[in-house]
Ligand binder design. Sequence first.
Ligand SMILES: C[S@@+](CC[C@H](N)C(=O)[O-])C[C@H]1O[C@@H](n2cnc3c(N)ncnc32)[C@H](O)[C@@H]1O
Length: 223
Amino acid sequence: MEFKKRCIVELSVNSSLEEAKLAYDERASCWEKISDNTGYKGHILCVEAFDRAMQSSDIYSNPRKDMKILDVGAGTGGIGEMLKAREYNNVDALDISQEMLNLAAPKNLYKKMICAPLKDAHMEEVETAEYDVVLCAGTIVYGQVKPGAIEQCARFVKPGGLFIFSIRVNSYDPVGLGFSEKCEELEKSGKLSLVLKERRELHATPNEERFRYCYVITYKILQ
Ligand SMILES: C[S@@+](CC[C@H](N)C(=O)[O-])C[C@H]1O[C@@H](n2cnc3c(N)ncnc32)[C@H](O)[C@@H]1O
C-alpha cells in the first residue's frame, strides 16, 4: 500500500508543474523498480533512434563523441548510461526533480545537471541553439509538460541538430491535448522537419493498456 501511495501517483491533464515535481520527488526512490516492473523502454527507444541518426550522414552530418547533448527529463540517468557506454562525453541533464537527479549524480554520467522544469515558455537555464542534440524520454506527456515544451526543446538545438523524443500515444493522438497540433505547427513554420515518427511499445508490461505505446519522433532543426 505504501509503495502504491508513493510510487503510482497519477498525474492528470490538469496537473501543475509543482505537482509533477512532487510526484517525481516522491517516487524517485522507487522509479527504477517501477521502470523494471512495467518493462519501461523510453530511454532505449530514444537512444536507438539517436544511433540510427548518427549512422546516416543525410540525417546528421558531423557526429562526434564530444557533441553537446542535453537529456531533458533525465531522471536517474537511463539515457546518460547508454550514451556513456557509447563514449559520448559532453552530455548535460535537465530535470524538474532534484531527487531523481540525486540518484543519477553518483553515476557520473553528466557534465552539468540542471534542476529546472521544462516549460512552455522561455527558460533562462538553456541558451538558444546551445546543443547539437536534445534527447527526451518519458517526459513530454500530459500532466508533466504543456505542448509548448516541444517548441522549447527545439529552441535548445542548433540548426542542423536533432531533437529526439518519446511521447505516449495517449498524449499525442487525442486532438485537443495540443501535442500533435504543436508538432504540426512547428513543422509548417519551417522551424523543424520530421525525420522519422514510429509507433513503438513503451512498456512491455504496463499497469494499464493505455500506457503501452508511444511514438518516437526524430526532428531535424532547420532554423
Ligand atoms: C518517466 S521518467 C523518465 C526518466 C528518463 N528520461 C528515462 O527514460 O529513464 C520522467 C522524468 O521527467 C521528469 N519530469 C517530469 N516533468 C518534468 C518537467 N516539466 N520538466 C523537467 N523534467 C520533468 C521527471 O522528474 C522524471 O525524471
